[in-house]
Design a protein around this ligand. Structure first.
Ligand SMILES: [Zn+2]
Length: 291
């Protein structure tokens, strides 16, 4: 009897080891899941999405959110992947004044239609949670608009030595090349480098996709700064934006991947599924798309 039990235990143990090896994909195991670390993973319906329950306090029309992966909303626009002069979103809608900063209310601020629907739903949910200090300060920007904006920044940077210039070059560089030589303004080539760290040349801005927005609060005095990261709105967005299909596009410490400094105010619509994967996978859009 003892002998029989021992043999049964042995067989069970062996079976467990084999099963574990298979599951873990150990060398020689039969199961190869082909899984790669999240940072290099291509788009897929991941475990994050499948296990995520979405609940809403307000009446969110789920069918209006992009709930599956859709190539139109996974469009990559960056300095490495510029959209060029010809690209314009298929359907733009003009955003309502009530969600815009006061100084933009005479302008026509537009956003891609599905992204706009998701934005309204997100802002309504935020308000229901008691977060009301938030406005949109920028959305779709066409090629020509970005062309003018970029050139304006390059011009402005040459009028002195900005905080951004100090941040980009470091104190020593500015001291040696400018202060010690009695030069008070950046050269054009240095200005272009500084501007490149916070603004895209025409054709390379994500705002040309019509899928992203910049948020601002009343306390920020019209300046888009990292102060946004300390606001209630940011805290809310950090936890909830993915449920509406938005991602923080330029996260802190990921400058080497995105090519942009940390922008806590810049949110990009990718659709709910991709946003959920990106959020829980701690990815950037570049990594998610395998670039
Ligand atoms: Zn932006």
């Amino acid at each position: 009897m003892m002998k029989y039990m021992k043999r049964t235990i042995c067989i069970c143990l062996l079976a467990t080891i084999l099963l574990l090896q298979g599951c873990l994909g150990a060398p020689g195991g039969v199961v190869d899941t082909g899984k790669v670390p999240p940072s290099t993973r291509a788009p897929s319906v991941t475990e994050y999405h499948l296990n995520t329950k979405y609940t809403y306090r307000t009446q969110v029309k789920e069918e209006m959110l992009v709930t599956g992966l859709h190539p139109d909303y996974l469009l990559l626009a960056s300095k490495s992947y510029p959209l060029g002069k010809g690209y314009a979103p298929k359907m733009l809608v003009t955003l309502e004044n009530r969600i815009l900063t006061s100084w933009h209310q005479s302008e026509k601020i537009q956003l891609e239609a599905r992204a706009a629907t998701a934005l309204y739903a997100m802002l309504a949910e935020m308000e229901a949670d008691g977060v009301t200090d938030i406005k949109v300060t920028s959305a779709y920007r066409g090629y020509q608009y970005q062309y003018n904006l970029y050139n304006k920044y390059v011009e402005l940077e040459q009028k002195g030595i900005s905080q951004e210039a100090y941040q980009y070059f470091g104190k020593t560089y500015i001291q040696t090349n400018y202060i010690d030589r009695g030069i008070a303004c950046l050269t054009e080539s240095d200005a272009i480098l500084v501007v490149g760290s916070y603004s895209a040349p025409a054709g390379a801005s994500e705002h040309q996709t019509g899928l992203c927005v910049d948020f601002i609060t009343a306390g920020m005095a019209g300046e888009l700064t990292e102060a946004f990261a300390s606001t209630e709105a940011f805290a809310w967005l950090s936890q909830n934006a993915y449920r509406f299909g938005f991602i923080l596009r330029y996260p802190k410490g990921r400058e080497d991947v995105t090519g942009y400094r940390y922008e806590p105010w810049h949110y990009r619509f990718v659709g709910r599924e991709a946003a959920t994967d990106i959020y829980f996978g701690n990815l950037t859009l570049e990594e998610y798309l395998g670039h």
